[in-house]
Design a protein around this ligand. Structure first.
Ligand SMILES: Cc1ncc(COP(=O)(O)O)c(C=O)c1O
Length: 439
């Protein structure tokens, strides 16, 4: 461990929010990251939810080497062969029809920025509906349509964004109704409010198929169908932000496949690059044609770069050859069963939810009041890290204390067993420490 380097991280880096560890990190392989003391830690967030095929998969390493032998970057107007191949692979092997055309960018924020621009140009409108608890990124358009956190202090957002109540089956907006009816009633209310407020420029509805930063909220299927209908009735485009749900994490190729609802635009990012900055905005040939005719531009220094495209191709091929979608379903069911079993034994585990290997565990003070237990969340997360397990906790007061658990799809049963044993021990010790401090 190099203390001077640890100090340098504090002295020379701008703090960018979120949780930060005191340690520095040196390596990442499979489901494990290694810190500057040489300690191995199970990475149950797949980095920033990106490394679905495991850290530093040989296929990714080889794709980067191939880019080194051929080309890393080019003039944006020179489309590299690898980019054409990635567009074709997505259209022919992955995307639900009529989605067919891709724009390759770097981050999820950018893919949503481009999606919103296409929707505005295509419809001629500017009004955007987004869900409570959603997170679409940090750029102007994407952050204006994000409601999970971090809205305050930066002045006005992009005008024309309206909020729809998010479906929450653990805490339904209308508790006297079933969670599904409550979600639909919330949507109806939100749409009524929007219709009253609209200045007549509807453009898009944007939603994550699983509202992740908002606490791993899985909308009912009827909610998604109603959203599709609401978009069509208003001449709006439906955008699915599949940053976390695309390419197998939820045990299906996409959220769209899970819900049986096809959006007009889909954005994919984290899970396409497997850890490298690669994202795509995807739409139909008809919408692409319309946007093009209206002068669509999204010209950046790294639009259509060959290096990330080669990596994206390697990621997609690995998901197929290693049958990782089936694996996500199988390992997701295994992990879920273990978490359900933990819930039986720990009063503080209020809810276990999610799809495939994108799971949420909500901690509460007691199951009756469902009050989020932030202190327990923080203590347990820290103790898990000490014991060798990294997980991500949402600890915004308004969003509950929810662990987001999303290991690589390559995770083994043994790694899941180790993680569960750590979680169990951390929960027992943390509950105990809290009750001792209260006594
Ligand atoms: C659903 C979703 N959309 C968009 C983003 C933004 O992606 P990026 O951080 O790559 O800009 C994120 C990132 O957490 C996300 O979870």
């Amino acid at each position: 461990m190099d203390q001077a380097l640890r100090n340098a991280a504090d002295e020379f880096l701008i703090r960018f929010g979120g949780d930060k560890f005191d340690n520095l990190f040196t390596r990442a392989i499979g489901s494990v990251v290694v810190d500057d003391t040489g300690r191995e830690i199970l990475d149950f967030t797949s980095g920033q939810m990106c490394s679905t095929i495991g850290h530093n998969h040989p296929a990714i390493v080889e794709a980067m080497a191939e880019a080194g032998r051929t080309a890393v970057h080019m003039f944006s107007g020179m489309i590299p062969e690898a980019v054409a191949r990635l567009g074709k692979t997505l259209a022919e092997e992955w995307l639900p029809a009529p989605l067919q055309k891709s724009l390759f960018v770097n981050t999820g924020s950018e893919s949503n920025e481009a999606a919103l621009r296409i929707a505005k140009l295509h419809t001629g409108g500017y009004e955007v509906l987004a869900l409570g608890g959603s997170w679409h990124g940090v750029t102007a358009g994407a952050s204006s349509a994000s409601f999970a956190s971090d809205r305050k202090g930066y002045g006005p957002g992009v005008p024309g964004v309206y909020l729809l109540p998010e479906p929450n089956s653990y805490r339904p907006l209308f508790p006297e109704m079933t969670p599904e009816d409550s979600a639909l009633a919330g949507l109806e209310l939100g749409l009524k409010m929007f219709d009253m407020q609209s200045r007549g420029g509807p453009a898009a509805i944007i939603i994550e198929p699983v509202i992740s930063a908002g606490g791993i909220l899985v909308p009912p299927k009827r909610f998604m169908q109603a959203l599709r209908k609401a978009a069509d009735e208003r001449g709006m485009l439906l955008i699915f932000d599949e940053a976390q749900t695309a390419f197998g994490r939820i045990g299906e190729p996409f959220g769209a496949t899970h819900f049986g609802v096809t959006p007009d635009i889909m954005t994919v990012s984290k899970t396409l690059g497997g850890g490298l900055p690669l994202a795509a905005t995807v739409t139909s040939a008809a919408i692409e044609q319309s946007a093009h005719e209206k002068g669509f531009t999204y010209y950046t220094s790294h639009v259509a770069d060959p290096l990330p495209a080669l990596v994206g191709l390697a990621v997609l091929e690995t998901i197929q050859t290693e049958r990782l979608i089936e694996r996500a379903r199988e390992m997701g069911a295994y992990l879920r069963a273990q978490l359900d079993e933990l819930q039986q034994r720990h009063e503080a585990v209020g809810d276990v939810r999610g799809l495939g290997l994108l799971l949420g565990v909500e901690l509460v003070t007691d199951r009756h009041s469902k009050t989020p237990n932030h202190r327990l969340g923080a203590l347990t997360t820290n103790r898990c890290f000490e014991l060798g397990l990294s997980m991500n906790i949402r600890r915004r007061p308004e969003r509950g204390a929810v662990w987001r658990i999303a290991p690589p799809l390559t995770v083994s049963r043994d790694e899941i067993d180790r993680a569960i044993a750590i979680l169990d021990q951390a929960l027992i010790e943390s509950v105990d420490a809290l009750s001792r401090s209260a006594a």
